[in-house]
Design a protein around this ligand. Sequence first.
Ligand code: ATP
Ligand code: MG
Length: 251
Amino acid sequence: MSLFTLLFSYLFRLRSIMRRIGIKDCEDKSLDMIITVINQKGGVGKTTTSVNLAYTLAKTKNTALIDLDPEGGATVSFGIKREKKDYPLGGKSVNIFNVEMFPAHIGLLKVELNGDIESTVSTLRKIAESFDYLVIDTPPNLGTLSVSAMMAADKIVTPITPQPLVLEAAKNLDSRLVSLNKRAFAVTNMSKKAVNVDYSAVKSIDITIPQSKLFSEATRLGVPAVRYEEFRVKKPKLGSLYEKLAKMVIE
Ligand SMILES: Nc1ncnc2c1ncn2[C@@H]1O[C@H](COP(=O)(O)OP(=O)(O)OP(=O)(O)O)[C@@H](O)[C@H]1O
Ligand SMILES: [Mg+2]
């Protein structure tokens, strides 16, 4: 890592700490954009997408990632242990790889069971105010946490894989999104060929993330695959795909 990169990274962290304790700098106009990654079908790549998207966005903007899945996939992907303590939503965060990471904790189960969508949406919006981008990883269901994340979202990304059940789930998600007047970008994951969906609210974008063993290797080491690839591979490919995704989503 060069001296310049190191200095940049420290300044970036300092700025994020200042914001968290309420000190604003003269350029402080956070975008507060919430990007929710959702699909009620399990194992399609929600966590992988959230983690790598947040890591990519954090290279240039003040970015946070909140793990709303009590299983804590995104938390583990950042090398953090799932918190056994009962924090309020957004009650604890750690800065890692420039991403302000809000790990999963036991308190999420209470929020899920409590069913108070309105207050969960408002808490998520409040958390987002301190950042340019808040990426939300959601559990594989359409319960309180997922629906709140969907309602709070400015942008929604749904990873899809080429299986009939996944397409059926995307159709159901589409109905929910229509009823909430929201739209989602569908990103093909774990496939060479793009999966095209063109429903009312869920539409494919031209990004296809191939199957790669780098994802599982990176998760085992607790680093985002894009970061792992930067060190591990001579000609990185995943990085530019997630950059393209980030660009399409935030536009
Ligand atoms: N493009 C890919 N290539 C290879 N493996 C992948 C890819 N994307 C995701 N995976 C792997 O597939 C598994 C499921 O991915 P991930 O955890 O991101 O899905 P998820 O939708 O968050 O699952 P859950 O619904 O259980 O939270 C993980 O082991 C992950 O490493
Ligand atoms: Mg997950």
